[in-house]
Design a protein around this ligand. Structure first.
Ligand SMILES: NCc1[nH]cc(CCC(=O)O)c1CC(=O)O
Length: 321
């Protein structure tokens, strides 16, 4: 039987993720998998991600899928635009890695141990906003680049920052978890929707592969990500907007329960609206949409910029527009 072609970006993180999924596919199905490297616009540019727009890391992979150059692709779920793509299907959401953000700091310091004025590097508006919201006089420095480039801003001969914040999942997948000085509690730094999760995508009409990849699906992770992404989609914000969303799925007395927390924070941290909601995994989409509508009612739309229509808005606080 021919090998399945797995399209992947060439970054160390993308390769680590793709290799892990390839091994899981082979272990579960006995099929051989070969990696095919695809260069994306996000890899070619060094501009801040919120200027490049959503989808910069995925569109070339999706083109290769639609064009039948590859059979499936593994994405960091966080980087996928909330709009799906016609003809493609997310056949599996494997078990999630720890979704929290991590601090890598000089001398192994924690956030609380950083001095006023300390420099902290991150490119994500969500992290910039939440760092400012702490009120610690941190100097947030916009940075970009792959995991290694970012860690080198703190460690090594060219280090010029006191700390950087990045996804714990990225460091763990690269085998670099021991470099983390502090894993940030979601109470302080709520993760991005779908952070730490992977999306395994193939052509929707490739029914054999849809079924085969489906064996890697992890229902609780899919439910959590579904709630987080419905929340994000309703706020009409991409992966680079100051929106945080994190769902936990736990066993309750009457079956599994989802606990979704969401926040919209202004980039300077002075406005921070956060709420939570619970429900069952079957209600994941509804929970996400309802939480977003509640935040919009509290004024989240004025933080996000453009006026929005949710169809679900109520006027508890009087008309503001
Ligand atoms: N936008 C870049 C990106 N996409 C996924 C990850 C990390 C791994 C993950 O969240 O699954 C990262 C790096 C980071 O945020 O530090």
């Amino acid at each position: 039987m021919t090998a399945l072609r797995l399209g992947t970006r060439g970054s160390a993180l993308a390769l680590a993720q793709s290799r892990a999924v390839a091994e899981a596919v082979t272990a579960a199905t006995g099929r051989r998998v070969e990696l095919v490297e695809v260069v994306t616009a996000g890899d070619r540019s060094s501009a801040p991600v919120h200027r490049l727009g959503v989808g910069v890391f995925v569109s070339a992979l999706r083109d290769a899928l639609v064009g039948n150059e590859i059979d499936f692709a593994v994405h960091s779920y966080k980087d996928l635009p909330t709009a799906g793509q016609a003809g493609l299907h997310i056949a599996a959401v494997p078990p999630r890695e720890d979704p929290r953000d991590a601090l890598v700091a000089k001398d192994g310091r924690t956030l609380a141990e950083l001095a006023p004025g300390a420099t902290v590097g991150t490119g994500a508006l969500r992290r910039i906003a939440q760092l400012h919201a702490l009120g610690l006089q941190l100097t947030v420095v916009p940075i970009r680049g792959n995991v290694d480039t970012r860690v080198r801003r703190v460690r090594g001969p060219e280090a010029d920052l006191d700390a950087v914040v990045l996804a714990r999942a990225g460091l763990v997948r690269l085998g670099r978890a021991e470099e983390i000085s502090e894993t940030l509690d979601p109470m302080l730094m709520l993760p991005a929707p779908a952070q730490g999760a992977l999306a395994v995508e193939c052509r929707v009409d490739d029914s054999e592969l849809v079924e085969l990849l489906g064996t890697l699906d992890h229902a609780p992770t899919r439910a959590a990500v579904t709630a987080e992404r419905a929340f994000l989609a309703t706020l009409e914000a991409g992966c680079s907007a100051p929106v945080a969303g994190y769902a936990e799925v736990a066993e309750g007395d009457d079956g599994d329960e989802i606990y979704l927390r969401g926040a919209v924070i202004s980039p300077d941290g002075t406005r921070d609206i956060r709420l939570s909601r619970t429900g069952t995994p079957a209600e994941a989409t509804e929970i996400g949409k309802a939480l977003a509508a509640e935040l919009l009612d509290l004024g989240a739309d004025s933080i996000l910029g453009a006026p929005r229509e949710t169809g679900a808005r109520t006027q508890h606080f009087g008309a503001t527009e």
